[in-house]
Ligand binder design. Structure first.
Ligand SMILES: Nc1ncnc2c1ncn2[C@@H]1O[C@H](COP(=O)(O)OP(=O)(O)O)[C@@H](O)[C@H]1O
Ligand SMILES: [Mg+2]
Length: 234
């Protein structure tokens, strides 16, 4: 569904991604793991059209998307739940959700999709009139996911969805990702929480200093000595 080939990204003279290649098959959960500063967010932001790669290709559903604007990429069906739960704090829960449906592909079925999001997150329905900025961290993460779903994505990229959340809330977020995947959503998951993301992914890539240094099934990497030493402290 998504194919990235030899992607190079620079910030000025500093190279952030170095010939990154990866595949996300339809229906899969693919994880990108790596330490802080490895380039995970840069990769997500490049696929989303926020950063412009120097070279390489990105193909989604058979069509090249590198260099398109983020709005257009969203409208092709790639949704993103950005790092740090980027909700609009001074808008209500409902207004935040409506913002998610402001791309052409999502407008027609927005009403039905809102009911689906409310069915998935009862808390958002209860709090529909509350200002998003006054919600807890976990609730804001649910709202960010709900807003992304309002855009009718075929693929969702999650950038560190568990960062800064209490353990119970982390479990809930991961359950939600699993549930969405069970309903057919394709997922690209970026996490510093290596153990957890390897457990739920069908395939994973290890990113170090902007380079993919290893890939395999989640299970293979969980049992790989290098991964265990470097990322799991075992
Ligand atoms: N907007 C930016 N301008 C310049 N350098 C950046 C910018 N964003 C990230 N970087 C640098 O790129 C590298 C990768 O960062 P990032 O993609 O955020 O890593 P990760 O998400 O894995 O922590 C880091 O060295 C970071 O300092
Ligand atoms: Mg990051």
């Amino acid at each position: 569904m998504l194919t990235v080939r030899d992607l190079d990204l620079y910030y000025g003279d500093a190279q952030a991604l170095d010939r990154v290649s990866l595949e996300v098959p339809k229906g899969a959960i693919v994880a990108i793991v790596g330490a802080n500063g490895a380039g995970k967010s840069s990769l997500i932001r490049t696929i989303a059209g926020i950063e412009v790669p120097r070279s390489g290709s990105i193909t989604f559903n058979g069509e090249p998307i590198a260099g398109l604007s983020s709005h257009v990429i969203c409208d092709r069906g790639i949704g993103q739940v950005a790092e740090g739960r980027q909700v609009f704090p001074s808008l209500t829960v409902l207004e935040n959700l409506e913002m998610g449906a402001m791309i052409p592909r999502a407008r027609k079925e927005a009403k039905r999709r809102l009911e689906e999001v409310f069915a998935l997150f009862a808390r958002l329905k209860e709090r529909r009139s509350q200002l998003a900025g006054t919600m807890s961290g976990g609730e804001q993460q649910m709202l960010a996911i709900g807003r992304c779903l309002m855009g009718a994505p075929e693929l969702i990229m999650f950038d560190e969805p568990s960062l800064g959340l209490a353990p119970l809330v982390v479990q809930e977020v991961l359950r939600t990702i699993h549930l969405l995947n069970g309903r057919g959503m394709t997922i690209l998951l970026v996490e510093q929480n290596v153990a957890v993301s390897l457990k739920i992914s069908s395939r994973a890539y290890v990113l170090e200093n902007g380079r993919i240094v290893m890939s395999g099934t989640g299970g293979e990497l969980l049992h790989n000595d290098r991964v265990r030493q470097a990322y799991l402290g075992l």
